[in-house]
Design a protein around this ligand. Structure first.
Ligand SMILES: Nc1ncnc2c1ncn2[C@@H]1O[C@H](COP(=O)(O)OP(=O)(O)OP(=O)(O)O)[C@@H](O)[C@H]1O
Ligand SMILES: [Mg+2]
Length: 375
């Protein structure tokens, strides 16, 4: 199945699950991600499917705009079709990733750092042979939503050509005594069975919370620490293993994580802040998006440039920028239906910009830096 559809379904499931658990902001977050993915799917699809996906995306967008967390939960258009599916679906968990660093906008320094310390030891082990330096395997990515943390994890897996396992709290935590431990053991056993594997713990704050009150999270804590210790002993030592097992964790709420997991040898070998892009990053992203348009078919107003759009979008995450781009396209398509002229204008973008509540003011980034200073 198309991994994007799978990812979409995961977000819908996660949104519904969060609503059931009363976590409205997480529910909204997942609904937003699902909406964005449905727009992306619509743009990639052809013919009738395209129409269906667009209608779905619009419905989701509407549900999202009206989502205040207080009223009755919106019914998502896709829900009926995904209901009854297992929430921890194996095919969703394990993939090989075809995302590479080239797909990620910006973060050049970061990519270089990761290439040197994580990727090269895997792809060019001969270079490191004899030095007997311990292999780092823990990476912790933190920063505001939609900035590419999940994407970065997938890209690292793609760069080292590893199996990519995504593990969410809902895959692992179970209220039954002993069940959580068993799941964790089997995930790690499976990861070890691959020559190269990246275990990606998304939304670490939910799986490894600072104040774990649920019995599932308490069971998870000690079992996870024990398993990570095992990985450390075996994989970190180049003399015992030439295999690779990387542990990557990500969160947009680092302050909610149990600090024990952030120590060196666990996820703390590399602590990496993934922030909103600067002007250059935004410009590149807009240019890349504009370049996907077929100018034989569509007129792009000459007032529309990467430069201008980048100036208008300070503080926006790449995920939001992509969503804005899709909204603008859709506005243009709707107009083209009646005017018979396919034209993308600055007004289309303005309307989309006005519609976003996602501006990540620079001072909000400060909370991450403050947390990093004190932890
Ligand atoms: N640096 C980037 N370059 C290109 N696209 C990006 C980048 N960051 C995010 N995106 C786009 O935004 C989408 C969402 O990004 P992603 O899921 O990686 O964000 P995240 O940081 O994990 O967010 P969250 O904290 O909400 O989990 C990606 O699928 C991709 O389309
Ligand atoms: Mg993420």
């Amino acid at each position: 199945m198309n991994t994007k559809i799978k990812e979409f379904e995961n977000h819908i499931n996660a949104s519904n699950r969060s609503l059931r658990l009363g976590d409205k902001s997480r529910a909204k977050h997942h609904l937003k991600q699902a909406t964005r993915l449905m727009y992306e799917l619509a743009y990639e699809a052809q013919g009738d499917v395209k129409e269906t996906y667009f209608a779905r995306a619009e419905k989701l967008y509407h549900a999202l705009s009206n989502f205040d967390g207080e009223s009755k939960p919106p019914s998502y258009s896709y829900e009926d079709e995904t209901e009854g599916e297992s929430e921890s679906n194996d095919t969703a968990r394990i993939q090989t990733s075809n995302i590479t660093f080239d797909d990620i906008i910006g973060m050049n320094e970061l990519k270089q750092q990761i290439t040197q310390s994580i990727i090269k030891p895997v792809t060019n082990p001969n270079l490191f042979k004899g030095y007997n330096t311990p292999k780092d395997h823990g990476i912790f990515l933190y920063g505001p939503p939609g900035t590419g943390k999940t994407m970065m994890a997938a890209a690292i897996a793609g760069e080292v050509d590893a199996h990519f396992m995504t593990l969410n709290a809902s895959d692992i935590l179970d209220k039954w005594q002993g069940e959580t431990e068993k799941r964790i053991q089997s995930f790690f056993a499976e990861a070890r069975s691959y020559t190269r594997c990246v275990m990606f713990f998304d939304e670490m704050d939910a799986l490894m919370p600072k104040d774990s009150t649920s019995s599932g999270a308490k069971q998870a804590r000690s079992e996870l620490l024990a398993q990570i210790q095992g990985v450390n002993q075996y994989f970190k030592n180049p003399q015992t293993s030439s295999d690779t097992l990387l542990l990557i964790g990500a969160t947009n709420k680092p302050w909610d994580i149990d600090p024990a997991f952030l120590r060196e040898g666990r996820f703390g070998d590399h602590r990496i802040y993934v922030g909103v892009p600067g002007y250059e990053g935004r410009k590149t992203l807009f240019e890349k998006l504009l370049n996907t348009l077929d100018t034989k078919e569509i007129i792009i107003d000459n007032t529309l440039s990467g430069d201008e759009l980048a100036k208008q979008s300070e503080g926006l995450s790449p995920a939001t920028i992509k969503a804005i781009f899709h909204k603008a396209q859709h506005r243009s398509i709707t107009r083209a239906e009646s005017t018979n002229e396919k034209r993308l204008t600055f007004e289309d973008f303005k309307a989309a910009f006005n519609n976003t509540d996602d501006v990540y003011e620079i001072d909000k980034e400060q909370v991450f830096h403050d947390w990093n200073q004190t932890n």
